[in-house]
Design a protein around this ligand. Structure first.
Ligand SMILES: [Zn+2]
Ligand SMILES: [Zn+2]
Length: 156
């Protein structure tokens, strides 16, 4: 298989998804508000190509906001599934290990977010988005950061 680069992939994706805007930036992210996929053109390959397709998958699925961490994880799983389909259709193969690593990093992150800072009990997110420990009654707020480790690795 030929190595694919982001500059080569962009017109292909733009052709498939004429309604999506593509913008160069410091990370990979889909903005439902602006219908824009931002990409980091200096990202390592092939990870950068996979990340770009992944963001297009979010766009394709019409992903907007999520209400809790569990939904976020479901969206990530769905986006990777769709990314595989998009990639196949343009003769790109997304490495399954990479995909699982990415989902694992999400699960680890969610686990960390759900762990009580006082007594380390794993708790459930409440309706209001806060976490509350049923063991010691500590309540904590989690920061919004829907980027998985692969995105962060690319920025660093
Ligand atoms: Zn994602
Ligand atoms: Zn606790």
């Amino acid at each position: 298989m030929q190595p694919v680069t982001i500059p080569k992939l962009l017109p292909v994706l733009q052709n498939l998804y004429p309604d999506i805007k593509f913008k160069s930036g410091k990370l990979f992210v889909w903005s439902p508000q602006y219908q824009t996929v931002t990409y980091y053109k200096k990202a390592a390959l092939p990870d950068g190509v996979w990340s770009l397709i992944h963001e297009v998958a979010h766009a394709d699925l019409g992903h907007t906001t999520y209400y809790n961490d569990f939904q976020l994880l479901q969206m990530e799983v769905a986006a990777w599934e769709r990314a595989k389909i998009i990639a196949n259709s343009i003769n790109i193969k997304i490495d399954e290990d990479h995909l699982q690593d990415c989902l694992d990093s999400y699960r680890d992150w969610l686990h960390l977010r759900a762990t009580c800072p006082t007594c380390q009990t794993v708790s459930l997110q409440r309706q209001d988005g806060l976490y509350g420990c049923f063991n010691c009654k500590t309540t904590w707020k989690v920061s919004d950061s829907p980027l998985c480790r692969i995105h962060r690795r690319i920025i660093n």
